[in-house]
Write a protein that binds this ligand. Structure first.
Ligand SMILES: [Zn+2]
Length: 371
């Protein structure tokens, strides 16, 4: 069976829906045709020119990158910048580039879980859950059809809350209606007010599923006109958002933790704030640039925050309330390729899949021991 580029995209998008990316981001298919037969995929953090060359050599016409090489738009494509040269090379060689970026950062089984698992953290939780991502549906149906309607809603993805599925709330009551001469009522007669014992059903679902859930409701509900209302909730969506927190298996002092972090994350150097003297038991993590989460990490009572791209003045903001550890952007995301690899491998065991052999980190370190 042929695997198309769009099949790979669908697989990745089911795991890390693009709607969960940040507004400034540019994930998705950056060039290429989703209808192409996929000859293989090369996975990387940064789809730079040399990675496109690697894909050509491997015979892969799909490059899956964490960082979107086209980020803030292109107004000219003349080959003047490395971005333009990358796109020109990809297009000339019929190579598609797909980016799975902050949507992979923001899900529970994403970039941060990879870091958390390397550090053997328990109770991993999203540090700053997204808001306004949940919708409540209230609808009414006759008792005879209650089970069928509930089943249809659950099957379409309604009623999932944390580790629970099939969550709903039902109240019995009486509905009234009077159909006009054009109506064709399921119960009662036209032009006559009818009272019917009905159940009020309430379910919560991810707002992104609204179309499929309403389609399921319409298919399962017996009435010609379905009474319902949809409300967007202010609730946090606990399983999607920025950063994560987790507990260490065994609390340790800060020096021991720095040593542990250095080894587990294969770091070259850790930039950190002055030691606070706290014992570290709860850890905040954010792969990539995460300084915006400093206060969330402090408020979640974490003793350390592992991320990258902290600026000089931002280090002061730790204010001895937390230990900031900046392990480097590339270093914090270096296991992300593995995550994408496993995701595709587990679903398409025979598809030609490669992890780039290149270290695309643009940052190099020069240091002398003893300083
Ligand atoms: Zn990044």
């Amino acid at each position: 069976m042929d695997i198309r580029i769009k099949d790979i995209i669908q697989l990745l998008d089911t795991h890390a829906p693009q709607v969960y990316s940040e507004s400034y981001d540019n994930p998705g298919l950056l060039c290429g045709n989703p209808g192409w037969k996929a000859t293989g995929a090369l996975i990387c953090l940064d789809s730079i020119e040399s990675v496109i060359d690697e894909a050509i050599q491997l015979g892969c016409n799909l490059v899956i990158a964490h960082h979107p090489v086209i980020f803030s738009g292109l107004k000219k494509i003349t080959g003047k910048t490395y971005i333009e040269r990358t796109i020109i090379k990809a297009i000339k060689n019929d190579i598609a580039i797909y980016a799975i970026h902050t949507n992979l950062d923001n899900i529970t089984d994403g970039v941060n879980r990879m870091i958390g698992e390397r550090l053997k953290l328990k109770n991993l939780k999203i540090l700053r859950p997204m808001k306004n991502r949940l919708t409540k549906l209230v609808t009414f149906c006759p008792g005879t059809n209650l089970e069928e309607v509930k089943r249809a809603l659950f099957t379409a993805g309604a009623g999932n809350i944390g580790n629970y599925s099939e969550c709903s709330f039902i109240v019995e009551g009486t509905g009234t209606f009077k159909g006009n001469e054009k109506s064709n009522p399921f119960v009662g007669e036209k032009d006559k007010r009818h009272s019917e014992p009905e159940s009020r059903i309430e379910v919560i679902f991810e707002s992104r599923l609204e179309n499929s859930i309403m389609k399921a409701l319409r298919a399962a509900h017996p009435y010609e006109e379905i009474a319902f209302y949809l409300t967007t909730l202010n609730n946090e969506f606990q399983v999607v958002g920025s950063g994560m927190s987790g507990d260490l298996e065994k609390p340790m002092d800060e020096m021991a933790f720095l040593n542990y972090l250095y080894k587990k994350m294969n770091a070259t150097v850790i930039r950190h704030t002055s030691l606070t003297g706290n014992i570290i038991s709860k850890v905040a993590i954010c792969g990539g640039a995460g300084s915006f989460l400093l206060n969330d990490a402090i408020n979640a009572d974490c003793q350390v925050f592992i991320t990258s791209d902290f600026k000089y003045h931002q280090f002061f903001d730790a204010d001895r309330k937390i230990l900031i550890t900046d392990i480097g952007h590339y270093e914090s995301e270096q296991y992300t390729g593995e995550l994408i690899y496993n995701l595709i491998r587990n679903n398409l065991p025979k598809f030609a899949l490669h992890l780039t052999k290149q270290v695309t980190n643009p940052v190099h370190y020069y240091y002398q021991h003893g300083h």
